[in-house]
Ligand binder design. Structure first.
Ligand code: PGA
Length: 255
């Protein structure tokens, strides 16, 4: 089954609106036409309107949020709704990032509510899962990932899975400079796909795009993307520099 690679920039709490514009102006020219990969940029909420202005509907780049509320509207200070994101042409939303899980206490139950809120609003979730080093070394890798997938995807339908992207991000590889080896990433992502086959069915698992994330750089992207079950990247640090992110996108086109 051929899956279109999807390369996403997770800018985290970096890039002011003017910095986002300075990145996007040249970057959007580099990739002005539809490419063989999906390119996604996830700025901070405050930089999203500026990014949305620059990303035209027929641009090769799609806009993503880094998080959202599962509530539709109301007294939820500091939160952002799916409708607000839709109004500025947001297409994707990163959900369950390990920083949201560990620093802001998000668990699979709340992430599941967000996944449903996103899908109902026609936003495509990039659902993040991943194990800590202790969990991997303690032999819990498979149980941790299975629990995260079952919990976060509870009651998602087979049809809805067509809009879901999974990002496998080992916590020990995020922002550490330590990347999973291509073998580790491939083995784990093949396992993730087998869990999707059990939760849904074989065809759903075969069609779902699974990104790798964790210290992806221009120097390791080509090796990783060459593996069967790696269908793109979620890139943090290396996505802040237009040149290095463009090189990673190019690796995604080649892979
Ligand atoms: P990193 O972050 O590329 O800086 O390791 C990846 C992520 O957290 O999405």
């Amino acid at each position: 089954m051929s899956r279109k690679n999807i390369i996403a920039a997770n800018w985290k709490m970096n890039m002011t609106p003017s910095e986002a514009a300075a990145f996007l102006d040249p970057f959007l020219n580099t990739f002005s036409e539809a490419t063989a990969v999906d390119i996604v940029i996830a700025p901070s909420f405050i930089a999203m309107p500026k990014a949305s202005e620059l990303i035209t509907p027929n641009s090769a780049v799609a806009l993503s949020a880094q998080n959202m509320s599962h509530e539709a509207s109301g007294a939820f200070t500091g939160e952002t709704s799916a409708a607000m994101l839709k109004e500025i042409n947001t297409e994707y939303v990163i959900l369950g990032h390990s920083e949201r899980r560990s620093l802001y206490g998000e668990d699979d139950a709340v992430i599941n509510k967000k996944v449903h809120a996103a899908l109902s609003a026609d936003l495509k979730p990039i659902l993040c899962i991943g194990e800590s080093l202790e969990e991997r070394e303690g032999g819990q890798l498979e149980s941790v990932l299975t629990t995260q997938l079952e919990g976060s995807l509870a009651d998602v339908t087979i049809e809805q899975m067509g809009d879901v992207v999974i990002a496998y991000e080992p916590v020990w590889a995020i922002g550490t400079g330590v990347t999973a080896t291509p073998e580790q990433a491939q083995d784990t992502q093949a396992f993730v796909r087998s869990v999707l086959a059990k939760i849904f069915r074989e065809e759903v698992a075969a069609a779902t795009r699974i990104q790798y994330g964790g210290s992806v750089k221009p120097g390791n992207a080509a090796d990783l993307i060459g593996r069967e079950d790696i269908d793109g990247f979620l890139v943090g640090g290396a996505s802040l520099d237009p040149q290095s992110f463009a090189e990673i996108v190019s690796a995604g086109i080649g892979g």
